[in-house]
Every structure is written in structure tokens, then in C-alpha cells.
Design a binder for this molecule. Structure first.
Ligand code: F6R
Length: 615
């Protein structure tokens, strides 16, 4: 959470930082700020609100000149979003300026100590404590900024990605990371700093990703020195060539990133199985699975950990792994798993699912499982992310950058990877017949075409969205493989439209939720042909007799549900185990159009951020 951008070089830093912050706004958008050294002095402008508000404010407040600068877009942790709590924060002397992504957990005791030494504070933030701690160390120990940062960080408990500079030595920026991502873009005698590479893609494709517990001192004309924060040892920088293109992080004519990403799913799914699903050879190739096949085959069980939408993908995977590969699977919220003293052995395989690869709880769950000797496999979208690096092996989803805060293509590509894994394992175990395996490959290969077909219902879905946009509550029901899709549909609606929604296994309705049904309750029921169809039809009848409004997600050509439901949305027929890849599509579009009609900020819903790097 929070986006960090910095620049050091010959160009004007202001436009680079502002544009960079706009690209990082998915990480937080409560407030924004910038600090520039204009050749004489430090100029700071910051405000509650979005980067656009910062632009308007800095127009009046600062000269906007300077080739050294840092900027921040915030997702509030300590202190409400207001002008004072916005970053950057300046030390008491006015010399040091800092931006920070993360949480300093022991900030209160550090603050008390600093207050006793005469320091004063303007904001409620942990970040202002950190910049003054660095200043205090610098003065007490009479050391340079880099050393002061290092000593201060060794006193800190928590997570951080920081960038700090001294207005008396503006040719140098010091950065450090623990638990929050930080990349350095390396141009010709110029340096970019950012939470991810998107702010500097048009300037350079050469990047260094700092590892946890590393810091870098970046000097104009002199280059970069990377050190371990704990023991001061020097680290050889590893420069990566980025594969990302600018077009991938732009809206390309769509009104919102979310809509673009929904429509990208046919391509994202194809990219995800390309080179892995080899239908003509009737094989699945996945190096991460292949190389560790023994671990998978000897596993007593698979534990899946994830959060939010990725957790829903994990639930779908539970059905798929158990059905196809006949391995017991447990799916856990990473945040619960890490704190409940779980029983983990060396015979467990843990699969961690994460789009961003930075989710703090998932990362902590991985570390816990590793410490108990489990083999840990990652399913991530962001290449080189913390989770991708921390896991023993893994498979990327190849969805491309997902910028809309509500996850869409990440979900379907995660299910694609997990399905490939389950099929590969099923084959290795002899749990699936060769004809069934071939059939799965064929059907999976056809999914992108069928997603395209499902997307054609958009105009019809828009009409349904218009009819239900003023609802205050909504129920989503599904069974079997589609129960997690019901959960995901409800999550999509609540997070972007702020309409209360619940997902349930359809049969659970009569154990409580049915009491909610009346003529004002829209119920979205996933009732595809395969998978307990008749039972779901009975559930629909129960809703209908209580006057609930029914929106059925049905297989093309369905007759029975059509007769009962107020509306139906058709999807093409596929195997039951693959149906979540299709049933999800109309639910994404329904949420999107309701939120747009309600005038909500679809790509940046309130209180949320794309990457949750705090607990
Ligand atoms: C919902 C959503 C979140 C994320 C969750 C996990 O649309 O985006 O629920 O799925 O925060 O994030 P990752 O997958 O990055 O670990």
C-alpha cells in the first residue's frame, strides 16, 4: 500500500514523479505529495485526495523545478488521510525529507524517546517519527545520511520501503526496503525509484529490485551502492531487463482499467496456458511442477493460502485438485493460517496464490510453512515479486499488469494455472484416464473463445444492471465448483458498488439466508447444466415462491431456469470443472456496470488498495 516514486538525474523531476504517481495510484489514493530540490531549497506540496488534487495544489504552491525529487500516493495506516498526514514528511531541522510505504510498529516508543529529546511532531504518522529518528542518529553519531538510515532502521520493527534525501546533499537519495517492494530504474546517468517499474518504463528497461533488508545509496554521476541493512555487507546489484510495455499499463480506449482487464481475459488465459498445454502431444509442461513432482506425489495434502479473490481461486482449486488429482486440499485465509499455530509437516505442499506477489499475510504464511519444512509453490502474476522470490518453485499466471483494484483477469488466470497443475498431477498419479485428460486439454484450450462469447452478453447485462443498481442487498448462490464463484461475484459487487452482497452455497440458503428473501432481494444463481442442476433449480423455486428476483447464469439453450427466472445470462457449455472460468465473466460485468451507473470510482474504490503489504 502506498506508492513511491523518486528521480535523480538531469531532467525535470516533477512531471516524471506526477505521471509515476498516477500509475501507482492503484496502491493507494487517500492523499499525495511531492518534494523537490529546486537548486536552492526544498519545495514540498502535499494534500488529501488524489494525484490530480496534488497537481492542482502544487501548481499554486511550488515552482515545480528541480532534478531531484520524491513523491508519494498514500493508503492511510497511521493517522487519517489529511494534508498534514500526507507524505513527504520533513525532519525537525527541515533538512531531511522522506516518503514511506509500510508500518513502523514500534513508532510510539520511538516517538516518546524523541519527544523526550526535544523533537516535536506535526502529524500522527509513524513516518514522521522515522525521519526524525534518522535525523537524530545522524546528529548524535555524526554520520552521513546512508549510515544514519541504516542505524535507524536497525531500531525499527515493522515494514517499509522508504526514500529519503538531505536538502544539503541533494545529489544523493537513500532508499531501503523490508516487506514493501522497491525498484530502481537505471537510465544513462539518471535514476528512477518506484514501488513497481511502471513509472519509469518509458525511460529505461533496466531495473534493480531491492531485496528485503537491503538499502541503496544512489548518487548522481556516481552510481548505486547496495548494502545489507543488518550487517552492512555490500551486495552485487543484479540488473534485470524488463519485459513490460507501456501499452500494457494504459487503458487503450476503455473507460476503466477494470473493463479493459475483463475484456483481456481471453488473451490472458491463452497467455497463461501457452507453452504449457500441448494438446497435440497430450501433455502439460510446467517446469515448476515437473522439477518437484516427487514433492507433489509424496504430499499428504496440499494447503492453499491466499487472501481475497486469490483465496476464492484457491477454493475453486480445492474442488479441481480433489476431483481430478484425488489429493486432499485445505484452503486457508493466509491471515488466519499464519496466526493459528497450524500443523504443518515436511510432507505438506503449500500453494500460495497472489496476484501482486506482495500480500503481507500470504508472505508471512509462506515463511511459516517454510520454517516447518513444507515445500512452498507460488502462483503469482507479478514477475519478480516478493512471493515469487520467497517460494521454492512456482508458476506465473501471465495475466499482464492488473491495475484495476478489483481483481478480474488475475482470478481466471489463477484458476487456469491451478487447473493445469491439477491435470498434470492427475496424469502423474494415474488418477485420470487418458481420454478424460485429452478432453480436459481440448476444453481448456477452447475456454478463451468461450470467454469471448460470454463477453458478448455485455449489453444485456447492462440492462440487468440498470434494473438492480438501486438494490441495497444482493445474494449470490452457486454449488460445487461454482460456490466459490458466488463468493467472488459478491465480493466484486460490494467492493466497487458498495452494495451489500453475500455469497452462499445454494443449498445453505435454507439454513438462514432464505429469511432475507422478499421482492426487493435480487438473487444471482449460477445454474449451469452440469453440476447439481436439478438441485439448483429447486433452490430457484424456493426463492421464487418467496418473491425474490432471480438472475440465472445458465448454459446456452437452457429452458428450465429461463421459465423461472426474471432474467438469464447465457454462457457456453463446458466441463463442470472449467465452468468457473465462464460463470465468473457475467458477474464481473454486472458489478462493473452497476458501479459505473452508481457513479462509483470503479478502478479506485474507497478504502481499498491493490497491493496489501500491511497486516
Ligand atoms: C479483490 C481483490 C483482493 C485481492 C487480495 C489479495 O478484488 O483484489 O481481494 O485479491 O487483496 O491480493 P493478491 O492476490 O495480490 O495477494
Amino acid at each position: 500500500m502506498c506508492g513511491i516514486v523518486g528521480y535523480l538525474g538531469p531532467r525535470e523531476a516533477y512531471p516524471i514523479i506526477i505521471e509515476g504517481l498516477k500509475r501507482l495510484e492503484y496502491r493507494g489514493y487517500d492523499s499525495a505529495g511531492i518534494a523537490l530540490f529546486d537548486g536552492n531549497d526544498l519545495k514540498v506540496s502535499k494534500t488529501k485526495g488524489k494525484v490530480a488534487d496534488l497537481e492542482a495544489r502544487s501548481e499554486k504552491e511550488i515552482t515545480k523545478h528541480g532534478s531531484v525529487g520524491i513523491g508519494h500516493t498514500r493508503w492511510a495506516t497511521h493517522g487519517v488521510p489529511n494534508d498534514v498526514n500526507s507524505h513527504p514528511h520533513i525532519s525537525n531541522s527541515g533538512e531531511l525529507v522522506i516518503i514511506h510505504n509500510g508500518i513502523i510498529e514500534n513508532y510510539e516508543s520511538l516517538k516518546k524517546e524523541l519527544i523526550s529529546r526535544g523533537y516535536t511532531f506535526q502529524s500522527d504518522t509513524d513516518t514522521e517519527v522515522l525521519v526524525n529518528l534518522i535525523e537524530d542518529v545522524k546528529k548524535q553519531e555524526k554520520v552521513k545520511l546512508g549510515k544514519a538510515v541504516q542505524i535507524a532502521l536497525n531500531q525499527v520493527i515493522g515494514a517499509y520501503a522508504i526514500a529519503v534525501f538531505d536538502k544539503n546533499k541533494p545529489e544523493e537519495i537513500v532508499i531501503a526496503r523490508l516487506g514493501s517492494p522497491l525498484a530502481i530504474g537505471i537510465g544513462e546517468d539518471e535514476f528512477f525509484i518506484a514501488s513497481d517499474a511502471s513509472p519509469f518504463l518509458e525511460y529505461t528497461k533496466d531495473a534493480i529490485y531491492l531485496e528485503d533488508e537491503e538499502m541503496a545509496i544512489i548518487r548522481f554521476h556516481k552510481g548505486i551502492k547496495i548494502r545489507k541493512i543488518k550487517d552492512d555487507s555490500l551486495v552485487d546489484p543484479y540488473i534485470q531487463k524488463l519485459q513490460l510495455n507501456l501499452e500494457e499499463i494504459e487503458k487503450s480506449g476503455y473507460d476503466h482499467f477494470m473493463l479493459k482487464e475483463i475484456h483481456e481475459q481471453p488473451k490472458a488465459i491463452t497467455d497463461t496456458y501457452r507453452g504449457r498445454l500441448l494438446r497435440h502431444e497430450a501433455i502439460i509442461k510446467m517446469a515448476g511442477v515437473e522439477d518437484n513432482m516427487k514433492k507433489f506425489l509424496n504430499a499428504d495434502r496440499i494447503i492453499i493460502v491466499a487472501c481475497g479473490t486469490s483465496w476464492h481461486a484457491g477454493l475453486v482449486a480445492e474442488y479441481i485438485f480433489e476431483d481430478l488429482a484425488r489429493v486432499p486440499v485445505e484452503v486457508e485465509y493466509a491471515s488466519e493460517f499464519r496466526y493459528r499455530n497450524p500443523i504443518i509437516t515436511e510432507k505438506d505442499v503449500l500453494i500460495a496464490i497472489s496476484q501482486s506477489g506482495e500480500t503481507a499475510d500470504t508472505l508471512a504464511a509462506i515463511k511459516l510453512a517454510k520454517s516447518k519444512g513444507a515445500f512452498v509453490f507460488g502462483v503469482c502474476n507479478v514477475v519478480g515479486s516478493s512471493i515469487a522470490r520467497e517460494t521454492d518453485a512456482g508458476a506465473y499466471t501471465h495475466a499482464g499488469p492488473e491495475i484495476g483494484v478489483a481483481s478480474t483477469k488475475a482470478f481466471t488466470t489463477q484458476i487456469t494455472v491451478l487447473t493445469l497443475m491439477a491435470l498434470r498431477l492427475a496424469r502423474a498419479k494415474g488418477a485420470i484416464s487418458s481420454s478424460d485428460f485429452r478432453n480436459h486439454l481440448l476444453e481448456l484450450e477452447m475456454i478463451p473463445k468461450k470467454v469471448e462469447e460470454s463477453l458478448k452478453s455485455e449489453a444485456h447485462i447492462k440492462m440487468i444492471a440498470d434494473a438492480y443498481k438501486d438494490s441495497h442487498n444482493c445474494l449470490y448462490l452457486g454449488r460445487g465448483f461454482n460456490f466459490p464463484v458466488a463468493l467472488e461475484g459478491a465480493l466484486k459487487l460490494k467492493e466497487i458498488s458498495y452494495i451489500h452482497a453475500e455469497g452462499y452455497p445454494a443449498a445453505e440458503m435454507k439454513h438462514g439466508p432464505i429469511a432475507l428473501i422478499d421482492e426487493n432481494m435480487p438473487v444471482i444463481v449460477i445454474a449451469t447444466k452440469k453440476g447439481h442442476y436439478e438441485k439448483v433449480v429447486s433452490n430457484i423455486q424456493e426463492i421464487k415462491s418467496r418473491k425474490g428476483k432471480i438472475i440465472g447464469i445458465v448454459t446456452q439453450g437452457d429452458v428450465q431456469v429461463k421459465e423461472l427466472a426474471d432474467h438469464v445470462i447465457e454462457i457456453p457449455e463446458t466441463l463442470e470443472s472449467l465452468s468457473p472460468l465462464l460463470t465468473t465473466i457475467p458477474l464481473q460485468l454486472l458489478s462493473y456496470h452497476i458501479a459505473v451507473m452508481l457513479g462509483k470510482n470503479v478502478d479506485q474504490p474507497r478504502n481499498l488498495a491493490k497491493s496489501v503489504t500491511v497486516e
